[in-house]
Design a protein around this ligand. Structure first.
Ligand SMILES: CC(C)=CCC/C(C)=C/COP(=O)(O)O
Length: 282
């Protein structure tokens, strides 16, 4: 008499073609027919074709097929469910491999001895142009110096946007915790502890957000507008050339900064809102 385990060939991580003679389970060849002494329900699918089909199934799928007791019904649906996650996993790991390879290849200013090491000082200058401190200090200074209500409104919203950017980037970096590329030298000035992580690039978010802000509110002349776009692109590119970031950190940073600008527009502080807020505080 078969043991309870052999009645349910699905459990125990074993194959439906487990032999159970004298109480022991042995893996049997999947291409050989099952032992004649097996009960009829175990002999289902004992022909070589079905056995091969089962052999190609993963343990998870075998688990899932217990309800159809080897009838084969429901397989196409299960195939759809199982193929997708593995396809996504393969696609993601391929993307990651390409990202790491591209980032390493492009990190040509990562140190002075790198192939483009002589350009490193220029890249570091571009880095400073996208750093949070000059942007916060510059905006606060313009806010203080501005004598028109419109100017103050614009500068205040830019200042709030810069703070929002710092908070959001900190949160995402702390959650994702992706390490910076191995070839990066951590010699950036004024960093927070969360800046040991690289995803997303804070410089890229700031460049995209401030770039959009400048284009929408401050820079109208066409040649200057081109320079703003060029500057934002160079800030992003310099992150990879300096070896600070992987390409995907910068791409995501650009996207995040772009969306952050939409957020600034949505939460725009008008003088009336500001007066209301200040009135509530007083
Ligand atoms: C200290 C302040 C106000 C901001 C820190 C700015 C900073 C160093 C961000 C890191 O940027 P990446 O993520 O692009 O390396």
């Amino acid at each position: 008499m078969p043991s309870p385990k052999s009645k349910n060939p699905v459990h125990g991580g074993g194959s439906p073609v487990l032999g159970s003679s004298n109480g022991r389970y042995d893996f049997m060849s999947l291409t050989k027919p099952l032992n004649r002494s097996s009960p009829p329900h175990q002999r289902q699918g004992s022909d070589p074709a079905t056995a091969r089909l089962r052999a190609s199934e993963s343990p998870t799928r075998r688990r899932g097929s217990s309800s159809s007791t080897g009838s084969g019904q429901g397989l196409p649906e299960e195939d759809g469910l199982r193929l997708n996650p593995s396809f996504i996993r393969v696609a993601l790991s391929s993307l990651l491999a390409i990202d790491l390879w591209m980032s390493k290849t492009m990190g040509v200013c990562a140190c002075e001895d790198s192939s483009w090491g002589s350009v490193r000082p220029l890249m570091k200058l571009i880095e400073i142009s996208g750093h949070g401190i000059p942007w916060l200090a510059g905006t606060a200074y313009c806010l203080y110096k501005s004598d028109s209500a419109t100017g103050q409104e614009v500068m205040l919203n830019l200042f709030m946007g810069l703070l929002l950017d710092l908070v959001l980037v900190t949160i995402v970096k702390a959650v994702v915790r992706r390490r910076r590329p191995a070839h990066n030298r951590m010699d950036m000035f004024a960093t927070f502890s969360v800046d040991r992580f690289s995803f997303p690039s804070g410089h890229a978010t700031r460049a995209a957000m401030c770039g959009r802000f400048l284009l929408a509110h401050l820079v109208l002349a066409a040649p200057l507008r081109f320079l703003v776009v060029l500057w934002a692109a160079l800030v992003g590119l310099s992150r990879v050339l300096l070896g600070r970031h992987n390409v995907t950190d910068v791409m995501f940073g650009f996207w995040m900064g772009y969306v952050q600008y939409n957020l600034i527009e949505m939460l725009w502080l008008s003088p009336q809102t500001l007066q209301g807020l200040l009135g509530q505080l007083a």
